[in-house]
Write a protein that binds this ligand. Structure first.
Ligand code: ATP
Ligand code: MG
Length: 439
């Protein structure tokens, strides 16, 4: 029989053999975020389409070409979220979060949807870990979120990801800059792509983010935003650099970074991996001081970033960084006959209740087949229960690695003690290994 309905182009199944890697980076992210004072927010997968048009910007690729939009049964114009910041800004305003203690520090773990051409590192459903920090004007806030990402990569053992920063100014200095860009690109009107011709009128900064090779080539000699910064933006950018220096975080200033979303002001940054090919930006972010107000909230600044989980895992793989495998089964209890099967279930429940990983037969298989399964799942210990074992309340517990067996009482106290002892031994082994590898 052939599978008739297949998965949609650009989507991926995350299989049990790899989901532990996702869980590991997601947990690490959320745990570390706590130490920085960030709490998780969860927002809907779909929103009013206009939320994204207004915040991401109607001249961006994301809105013009990549958004999954649909009309629902009530005639509402909706969109699957292409990114996280818009929805979180909406939620923050709607729920009065900015009336509480500031700065408000939020983090998230979301799926996003963009109708892009699928290729390595680019999917139609993808996943992001990100942060948003509201209410802080100081470049210290920019430095804090960047420092988090830097530490996150370091804890994962990633090397070769470089930080690039830039400032794209504020509405005040951008006026001058837009004028200069317009002047420059007007000289190349005949060569620009269709989309960029409208951008030239509406938002010339967007031309700098165009993916068409011709526009890219032209953009190379375009005026640089850094040359047009007002005093306030200049001081802010210097303040960020000073703090990154103080934290020993290496960076380069890349005046060509503009980012693909319209809401950014002042600081923009990217973490770029040297190991994963063309789609090399693992993490991108920046400041968005006008966004909250433009969506109808107070005049509060914000800064944030999003990191693509797929690209993060690609980088880990490229660098041969092993993510700890999930723990294997502590005990597999095989059984012969109905009574033994019941006892096996009880003992399994007892172990699970203490936090151990235990399994017993669910397939009514022969003992031989049960032991084959125990081997397959990599159980650390196994035991076989039959009439004799039930009568004596004792069974042989077998170390599956060494093959050694020893008698073990099925009384609760000595039974559990055995597995606690094994756990402690395991732990001290891995600590020793760790210390050895650090020598
Ligand atoms: P790119 O230049 O690669 O298209 P972008 O500027 O569109 O990226 P952002 O909107 O800033 O990306 O999203 C932040 C991060 O999310 C990216 O750095 C990347 O890691 C990830 N990302 C964005 N789009 C995709 C996608 N289609 N598939 C996988 N990951 C993505
Ligand atoms: Mg993109």
């Amino acid at each position: 029989m052939a599978l008739e309905i297949r998965s949609i182009k650009g989507t991926q199944d995350i299989l049990p053999s790899e989901s532990y890697q996702w869980q590991f980076v997601e947990r690490l992210f959320l745990d570390m975020a706590k130490n920085y004072g960030f709490s998780e927010i969860r927002v809907p997968v779909f929103e009013d389409k206009n939320l994204f048009i207004r915040s991401v910007g109607d001249t961006t690729d994301v809105v013009q070409k990549e958004m999954y939009t649909f009309t629902d049964q009530g005639g509402r114009e909706l969109a699957l979220r292409p990114e996280g910041t818009a929805g979180i800004n909406r939620a923050v305003i709607e729920n009065g979060i900015l009336n509480e203690a500031l700065p408000a520090k939020l983090c998230y773990n979301i799926s996003c949807f963009r109708a892009e051409k699928p290729q390595a590192g680019r999917y139609r459903q993808f996943h992001q870990l990100g942060m948003e920090l509201f209410g802080a004007h100081s470049p210290a806030a920019d430095a804090e979120v960047i420092a988090f990402v830097d530490e996150f990569f370091a804890v994962l053992g990633i090397q070769g990801i470089s930080l690039e920063i830039n400032s794209i100014g504020c509405p005040t200095c951008r006026k001058e800059y837009h004028k200069a860009l317009k002047e420059y690109f007007s000289q190349h009107k005949d060569e620009l792509c269709e989309t960029c011709l409208t951008r030239l009128e509406k938002n010339p900064l967007r031309i700098l983010d165009c993916k068409s090779p011709v526009c890219r080539e032209i953009a190379k000699d375009a005026p640089v935003g850094l040359d047009y910064l007002c005093d306030d933006c200049k001081t802010h950018f210097e303040g960020l650099k000073k703090r990154l220096d103080a934290l020993n975080i290496a960076y380069t200033v890349n005046p060509r970074i503009v980012r693909g979303l319209d809401y950014y002001t002042k600081t923009v940054f990217e973490f770029v991996s040297g190991d994963i090919g063309a789609q090399s930006t693992v993490c991108g972010g920046g400041r968005y001081d006008g966004l909250i107000r433009s969506l109808g909230g107070n005049d509060q600044p914000g800064i944030g970033y999003a990191m693509g989980i797929e690209r993060l895992l690609m980088t880990l793989k490229a660098q041969n960084i092993e993510i700890p495998k999930p723990p294997t089964c502590d005990l597999y209890i095989a059984s012969i006959g109905e009574d033994a099967s019941l006892r096996a279930m009880q003992l399994t429940a007892l172990l699970r209740g203490e936090g151990f990983f235990a399994e017993c037969d669910l397939m009514d298989r022969s003992v031989k087949a049960q032991m084959k399964y125990a081997n397959k799942i990599g159980a650390k210990f196994s035991m076989v229960l039959g009439d004799d074992e039930l009568k004596n309340n004792q069974a042989a517990v077998k170390n599956m690695e060494t093959g050694e067996s020893r008698p073990l009482s099925l009384e609760e106290e000595p039974f559990l003690r055995f597995f606690y002892d094994a756990q402690i031994e395991d732990l001290s082994d891995s600590v020793n290994e760790m210390l050895k590898s650090e020598e």
